[in-house]
Design a protein around this ligand. Structure first.
Ligand code: 5AD
Ligand code: SF4
Length: 444
């Protein structure tokens, strides 16, 4: 192990693609770099280190990351001292090949090796180039430092990796098998965050419901929720992302008993047809998904349910797609993230013909999004006149004398107010339901 890297007034630019897990990884990389004396900059032109934290789950974010890296070639030509690195899932998948494919790239860092970033930069300071550090350590995930500044709402990783092997999904190859953190570490981290001012935590993992599934006597996921709930000073608990296969009745029940657990669940369903679900290796049917939604609403009638869905999976026929639309109508999701299927090298589905023509994928996506826009707007309008608790997060982007925050159901609310309210829980009466947010006024 090398000595601790301390540099003065060096600047790092980080661009993040992909999921909340990746955003959190970027936060952790920044915390590590701040510990070595780096400051963050939003301008790649003035950075000493440029880091692109990539996502490979779909073709589009991967292409965006490559084209961004391509733009840094000129910077590198103008200033060969600048260090350009690639992190995240594209780095894990591409490994050493990336150093050949992108000749001006200085290092490749996989998501399982984030803790080695200071050491890599130390080696760069000493003149090394072309380093590739990827792979996963056995056992529990490595502990990384907490971000230094107060975070009103903070992410906490509880598990990493995924054992589900959905046939379209690259995650198990790039993030490894399921590994859960010891509950004592998680509880200590949350207590430390609260001490620094955190009011809300979002528990993160590729499949949080599977927390410690295979390692009793560790707490189960709902037991962990109950323990977190008992930490003094915490106002809100969220978690993402969940797989229907691992959503137990006990976890559904937690929505009715764990006081600080917010009434929102992100539960991807991916497709509405059993034939497609089976080829996706999802391990649940359409009916099983609908039963879970029914149970969730029995326990917590106001729960907001969001999901991910895909169109144009290999072999998806018009009749299959109609079943996706029907499922959406049956559930009436509060929000939906929808994607066109893209073949990912290394997955099981990559061996099957990507037989849905691009124009058909596009048309299906547009129909689905139009249907969802109508549902979301109708649901937001139905909230007009209700009073809801909002955690105030900051100033509204559109108006300096308005504040913005979120309801427990994860809806964005803007209302007249001033910055002293940041961090407070306030009651807001909803006056207008819009497509992507709510407007209201403080009351009570
Ligand atoms: N093509 C398109 N969308 C995908 N997703 C995962 N893999 C693919 C793929 N190969 C979507 C799923 C998942 C979300 C994170 O990305 O809907 O839930
Ligand atoms: Fe993308 Fe998946 Fe990696 Fe997240 S874990 S960045 S969604 S490939």
């Amino acid at each position: 192990m090398r000595g601790k890297l301390i540099v003065m007034e060096k600047r790092v630019y980080i661009k993040t693609f992909g999921c909340q897990m990746n955003e959190h990884d970027s936060e952790r990389m920044l915390a590590l770099l701040r510990g070595c004396g780096y400051q963050e900059t939003g301008q790649p032109e003035e950075a000493d280190v440029i880091l692109v934290n990539t996502c490979t789950v779909r073709e589009k974010p991967e292409q965006k990351a490559y084209s961004l890296i391509g733009r840094f070639q000129q910077l590198k030509e103008n200033n060969p001292a600048v260090i350009v690195g690639i992190a995240g899932c594209v780095a894990e998948q591409g490994g050493e090949h990336l150093l050949t494919r992108i000749p001006f790239l200085d290092f490749v860092l996989g998501p399982g090796k984030i803790h080695r970033l200071p050491e890599i930069l130390q080696a760069m300071e000493e003149g090394q180039r072309g380093l590739c550090v990827i792979g996963f350590e056995n056992g529990t995930p490595v502990k990384l430092p907490l971000p230094q500044s107060r975070q009103l709402s903070a992410y906490v990783t509880i598990m990493q990796g995924c054992d589900n092997f959905c046939s379209y999904c690259i995650v198990p190859s790039v993030r490894g098998r399921e590994r859960s953190r010891p509950s004592n570490d998680i509880l200590a981290e949350i207590a430390a965050l609260i001490h620094k001012g955190t009011k809300e935590v979002t528990l993160l993992g590729q499949n949080v419901n599977a927390y410690a599934k295979n390692n009793p006597p560790e707490l189960t996921f709902p037991q962990l929720l109950a323990k977190i709930n008992a930490i003094p000073g915490l106002e809100r608990i969220r978690f993402t992302t969940s797989h229907p296969r691992d959503l137990t009745e006990e976890t559904i029940g937690a929505f009715g008993t764990v006081e600080h657990l917010c009434e929102h669940l992100h539960l991807p369903f991916q497709a509405g047809s059993d034939a497609v679900l089976a080829r996706m290796n999802r391990g649940h049917t359409r009916e099983e998904y609908l039963v879970q939604v029914k149970r969730l609403r029995e326990v917590t009638p106001q729960i907001s349910i969001t999901a991910d869905v895909m169109v144009g999976f290999p072999g998806e026929q018009e009749a299959d797609f109609d079943q996706t639309l029907e499922l959406m109508q049956a559930v009436e999701f509060d929000g939906l993230f929808s994607f066109k299927y893209s073949s990912r090298q290394g997955t099981r589905a990559a061996a099957w013909p990507d037989d849905c023509p691009p124009v058909v994928k596009q048309r299906r996506l547009e129909r689905l999004q139009e249907l969802q826009r109508g549902i979301t707007l109708r649901k937001n309008k139905a909230l007009e006149g209700t009073i809801t608790e909002v955690l105030v997060e900051g100033r509204s982007r559109n108006s300096p004398d308005h504040m913005t925050g979120r309801t427990r159901c994860n809806r964005i609310v803007n209302f007249p107010g001033s910055p002293e309210l940041i961090g407070a829980l306030v009651n807001v009466k909803i006056t207008e339901g819009l497509q992507n947010s709510l407007r209201g006024v403080r009351c009570g």
